[in-house]
Design a binder for this molecule. Structure first.
Ligand SMILES: Nc1ncnc2c1ncn2[C@@H]1O[C@H](COP(=O)(O)OP(=O)(O)OP(=O)(O)O)[C@@H](O)[C@H]1O
Ligand SMILES: [Mg+2]
Length: 655
């Protein structure tokens, strides 16, 4: 499809840019594909503007876009596309036939005035004209609905493609602003552009057929008229081309502003934000920013629309001059007796309809140009899929390991220069419970994600029984791992699904879901909900209920238990648990997880000390490791942190 000079899936912007959302992590797991657009412009919307300038202009680009649009519409549903196009062609034929029938009617009417007896001859052509007119309206009505259906189907195809890619790409893609912005654009445009695109494509088919049909009709009436009419189309072609370019530039320039407007709107209406917005009294301040952004947009919109109006007026005025000229020529021809009155009447009708058809044609071209941006995004987005799938492919992973070794792992986030992990080594035997401790930002979560096969290290390797896990299919490796993330997802689905999604294939294993809920200590709370395990866990849905922070954490734990994987990673699984629950969790961790290998991250040293082994991360490096007693005896960083926390508790207890 249309190439536009972009760098590809993970362009330079991906490497340069930082995360665009707090709390999202990613890594540079694979070498970037070659990138020839390493300019400061190659970023988000700006690179679109640049690529738009690089686009082959007008006709060649139009051809590519038309081919792409037809392909997309066809792939959405060949039958609907076929029917819609056929109706459009039929409509065009009938429109052209209308002109010739008008001529017949006029001839018959003129004959009537000459000779009273001929009134009967008018009836047939008039009936025919009525029938044809009815046919035009009927086909238009059918077509409106067909086209609506086609748009919906194109939208569906677009969503499917988009979701395929979003699910296939590695986690690091979500770190790239370039990827994320493109995903957002495709997502937003998926709602509106398919309609514009199908309208443009179908309109173009009808417009071309109608214009050709009418041109033939006009030539058959009087050949001289056609070139004059073509001249009338020229100014319209140029102004409408200019208009769509203006529209495109406007859309590109406004993208960041629209996104900000959307965001400011969301935080003022969001349920999650509502409490903080009120507690901090932010209504006025946020509203002001919203208004400010909106005002700036409407001001630009006014200017933009004024320019478009000027262009449209100029184009239509120039075209009207040529049209008037054509009509003058027609009158002259009639006065010279070269053209009969009936032909002249029919020609006027034809010219009138042709103007409509040409307008439709140009509007369709404009629609196609305007949805071109969306087509490009979709194209480039879809192009990422094969590489993404290749990157995660490998041989079948074993179901479990007897020993896990991380050897000299280094890792730098895309966009930063400072490594987050440096030469980190770690060892775990199956069945061990290992703890990871360290200050905020020391790299614990990052290491957990590497061990969970979500990112790949820049240097070093993670081995299961001596074999690098990057040689296995990543999906297979992950299948043997259950992770509870620090920022786990609260699915706004039922409690049953929230737990069952731990292993979606076994979603209807009721007994196992209930058992997992029990082990995580959330069974009673879920049963107490109005519809038990089937109650939606969000007030966003009818009959839904919300849970407390700690209850949510238990649900996340239950999900991991249900996954029933031999390797379990818990990133601060007790941060929201009450003291009793936390104590119970860690006391029973070994029982709960029945001989599984566990890596847990915690800031609470009372729980950490129960681990078989503890790794202390500091500034991306493992500075100490060993059992609690060993580390206390070492009297280093761990001992210091441990005593600090213990002292805080003691002081609090004494006072
Ligand atoms: N997506 C990212 N892009 C760039 N840098 C990141 C990203 N995520 C984390 N970092 C940085 O990497 C470092 C380690 O982060 P990490 O989340 O691994 O820390 P952590 O030890 O889990 O901290 P905490 O105790 O707060 O959870 C931090 O300095 C952080 O700023
Ligand atoms: Mg963390």
């Amino acid at each position: 499809m249309s190439g536009n000079g972009h760098g590809g899936p993970s362009s330079a912007a991906a490497r340069r840019g930082g995360p665009d959302r707090p709390g999202r992590h990613a890594a540079k797991a694979h070498p970037d594909p070659p990138d020839d657009t390493d300019s400061p412009d190659n970023h988000d919307y700006v690179d679109l503007a640049a690529s738009a300038r690089k686009q082959p202009k007008s006709l060649r680009r139009l051809r590519t876009l038309v081919v792409d649009s037809v392909k997309l519409s066809w792939s959405a549903d060949p039958r609907t596309f076929g029917i819609t196009s056929a109706l459009q062609l039929l409509g065009a034929l009938v429109i052209a036939a209308q002109v010739l029938i008008v001529k017949e009617v006029l001839e018959a009417i003129l004959a009537v005035t000459d000779d009273d007896a001929g009134a009967g001859r008018v009836v047939l052509p008039v009936m025919l004209l009525a029938a044809v007119t009815a046919l035009v309206s009927i086909s238009a009505a059918v077509q409106v609905n067909q086209q609506k259906l086609l748009s919906e189907l194109v939208m569906r195809t677009t969503w499917r493609k988009m979701l395929d890619v979003a699910g296939a790409v590695g986690l690091r893609s979500f770190e790239s602003p370039d990827f994320y912005n493109r995903l957002q654009r495709v997502e937003t445009n998926a709602l509106t552009r398919p309609f514009q695109l199908t309208q443009g494509t179908i309109g173009l088919i009808g417009g071309v057929a109608g214009s050709v049909g009418l041109s033939v009709a006009i030539v058959s009436l009087e050949p001289v008229l056609l070139p004059l009419l073509l001249l009338a189309g020229v100014p319209l072609y140029f102004t409408s081309r200019r208009e769509s370019r203006l529209e495109f530039e406007f859309a590109v320039a406004q993208t960041p502003r629209l996104r900000m407007r959307q965001y400011l709107g969301t935080i003022q209406t969001g349920r999650d934000e509502a409490k903080e917005v009120r507690a901090y009294g932010l209504v006025g301040a946020l509203r002001e920013r919203f208004d400010h952004v909106y005002d700036a947009f409407t001001a630009d919109l006014r200017t933009h629309l004024r320019r478009r109006t000027h262009l449209a007026v100029a184009g239509n005025a120039a075209s009207a001059v040529f049209l008037a000229l054509t009509l003058l020529v027609l009158v002259w021809l009639v006065s010279r007796g070269r053209v009969g009155l009936a032909e002249a009447g029919a020609a006027i009708v034809a010219i009138r309809i042709l103007a409509q058809q040409v307008n439709m044609l140009l509007k369709s071209v404009q629609n196609i140009f305007e949805s071109g941006l969306f087509l490009n995004d979709l194209d480039e987005f879809v192009a990422m899929q094969p590489a993404a799938e290749r990157a995660e492919a490998g041989t079948t992973a074993p179901a479990r390991f007897t020993s896990l070794t991380a050897d000299g792992l280094s890792f730098t986030y895309p966009g930063s220069t400072e490594p987050v992990l440096r030469d980190v080594s770690l060892h775990m035997d199956a069945g061990e419970v290992v703890a990871l401790v360290g200050e905020n930002g020391s790299g614990k979560t990052t290491l957990a994600k590497l061990l969970a096969a979500l990112y790949e290290p820049d240097a070093g390797a993670i081995q299961w029984d001596g074999r690098d896990i990057s040689t296995y299919s990543r999906a297979g490796v992950r299948s043997s791992i259950a992770v509870v993330f620090q920022d786990f997802v609260r699915y706004f689905l039922s409690g049953r699904e929230n737990i069952g999604l731990g292993r979606a294939e076994r979603l209807d294993d009721e007994a196992a879901i209930v058992a997992a809920a029990r082990r995580a200590g959330i069974e009673d709370a879920l049963n107490a909900l109005p519809d038990g395990l089937n109650t939606p866990l969000s007030k966003m849905f009818k009959g839904g209920r919300d849970l407390s922070g700690g209850q949510w954490q238990r649900v996340a734990l239950a999900r991991a238990f249900f996954r029933d994987a031999p390797f379990v990673i818990l990133d601060e699984p007790s941060a929201s648990l009450d003291a009793r629950a936390e104590h119970a969790l860690f006391q029973s961790l070994r029982d709960l997880l029945g001989g599984r290998t566990v890596l847990f991250i915690s800031h609470r040293f009372s729980t950490v000390r129960t681990a078989d082994r503890i790794y202390v991360l500091h500034d991306g490096e493992v500075i100490e490791h060993g059992a609690h007693e060993e580390l206390m005896a070492l009297n280093g960083h761990y001992a210091e942190l441990f005593r600090m926390q213990a002292a805080a508790y003691l002081t609090a207890a004494e006072s």
